[in-house]
Every structure is written in C-alpha cells, then in structure tokens.
Design a protein around this ligand. Structure first.
Ligand code: ADP
Ligand code: MG
Length: 239
C-alpha cells in the first residue's frame, strides 16, 4: 500500500506544457480514477508516476519518500495498458513469470506467485496457452496477472478496458474491483474516459482538464455538486 503525493507537478515536452502544476494526494489503499478529455494529459500523468517520463518540476512522493529520480523498477508500481503487450511467443505462464525472472526470483517462488495470481484471475486453466489462443478479455487478465505477481504497492491502469467489447468490459471491470479488495486494498490509479467505469470503481474521481485538476471528489460529490459545467458534462448531473 502506498500514499502518493503530487506536489506542483509539471511536465513539458520542449515548449509545450502538458501537466501544468498538479497538487493531489492519493491515500494509501485508495482507488483513484482520472477522467478527462482526450489529450488533457492523463497518460502523461500516469507515466510520470510510473517513472517512464522525467518530471520537469515539482515533486512526486511515495510514502513520504521523494521518488522523482527513482527508476521505474524501484518504485514498486505495476502498469496495465490498453494494449496488452504480451510476448506473443511465450506461453501465459512465461508471460506472467517474465518480470520475476528478470528480478532473479527463485523458481519455486515464481511458480507459487504465478499460480496464486492465475487463480485469483481465474486463468489457471490457460497457463499453457499462447496469447494468440486467448480471447481479448483473457489476454487482458494475463496482463493484469503479470502485474500482480510482482506484488506492487501501486497499480496504474491506462484505459485497460477500451479494447474490449461491452459485455467483457463490464465483466473485467467487476474483476478489477474484486482485485482491489483481494489485494488488501492496494493503491490503484485508473485512467478512463468511461463515465460508468469512473462512477462504479472510484473511491474518488479526479477530473483533469488541459493539464490541471478541475475537481476531485467522491463519485457522489461530483455527481451532486459539480463545480463547473465541464465537470457536470463529464460525470455530473445537469447543473
Ligand atoms: P490523454 O492520455 O489524456 O489523452 P496524453 O497524456 O497522451 O493525453 O497527451 C497529452 C498531450 O501531450 C497531448 O497533446 C499529446 O500530444 C502530448 N504528448 C504526449 N506525449 C508526448 C511526447 N512524448 N512528446 C510531445 N508531446 C507529447
Ligand atoms: Mg491516454
């Protein structure tokens, strides 16, 4: 579990400011959802938290420790993307075990963790298959399983369901909610542009607009008291 603080966080690509001073505290164990229009900086923000982009200015703090200069593998994060990015030539088991092998975990420990994660996600009957022999939903579960086995303190999801059809989206969404509870409420940060996903998954929702925070609150708070027409348009009732 981890408490994550963003302190006046900024990111520019050359002269182009993308993240324009974000202050936000994400509580330990919280399910925080970022929503906002395409291009507002959601993916960039996740990549900053993950350490996949350098911070231009400001601070990023995990459990009281400044992590600005910590490489991704030392941050204890796991990231699940919209495209599953599985290794096509590796069986499900090896896809899930890959990160642990890189981290030099022992063979028994790897097997134990992969089997546990596979059970949790109900993919334990698929471990000998190749990615191309799986459905889209199953592939996404393998991608999530690959993240779980590394026992992260923070889970980052970037629109993980947007490549799935409607029925699978609902099912996988419920599984992610279950996962949050099963993992002792590991901190989750979840990006989506889907209002239903945001409303049903979030402890709190952070609405982003043009690289800044427009409003943060529980789904009920944002629905009942949106502070702008912009927020109302995204998740609120008509204001
Ligand atoms: P979102 O995920 O909310 O759709 P992104 O974080 O992907 O938005 O992008 C925010 C803005 O930053 C966009 O205008 C995008 O073109 C720009 N951007 C993202 N990555 C880079 C990059 N590596 N170089 C230059 N501009 C980028
Ligand atoms: Mg994005």
């Amino acid at each position: 579990m981890a408490r994550i603080e963003l302190k006046n966080l900024r990111k520019s690509f050359g002269a182009f400011d993308v993240i324009k001073g974000i202050d936000l505290e994400i509580r330990s164990g919280e399910f925080m959802v970022f929503v906002g229009p395409s291009g507002c900086g959601k993916s960039t923000l996740l990549r900053l938290i993950a350490g996949l982009e350098d911070i231009t200015s400001g601070d990023l703090v995990f459990d009281g420790e400044r992590v600005n200069n910590l490489v991704p593998s030392k941050r204890g994060i796991a990231m699940v993307f919209q495209s599953y990015a599985l290794y096509p030539h590796m069986k499900v088991y090896d896809n899930m075990a890959f990160g642990l092998k890189l981290a030099h975990a022992g063979e028994d420990e790897i097997r134990k963790r992969v089997l546990e994660a596979a059970k949790l996600l109900q993919i334990d009957h698929l471990l000998d298959r190749l990615p191309k022999q799986l459905s889209g939903g199953q592939r996404q579960r393998v991608a999530i399983g690959r993240a779980i086995v590394r026992d992260p303190r923070v889970f980052l999801f970037d629109e993980p369901l947007s490549n799935l059809d409607a029925a699978l989206r609902v099912q996988t969404r419920l599984e992610i909610a279950k996962l949050h509870h099963a993992m002792n409420n590991v901190t989750m940060i979840y990006v989506t542009h889907d209002q239903v996903e945001a409303m049903t998954l979030a402890d709190r929702i952070c609405v982003l607009r043009d690289g800044k925070v427009e409003q943060v609150g529980t789904p009920a708070e944002l629905y009942e008291s949106p502070n702008s027409i912009f927020v109302a348009g995204f998740i609120g009732s008509p204001k």
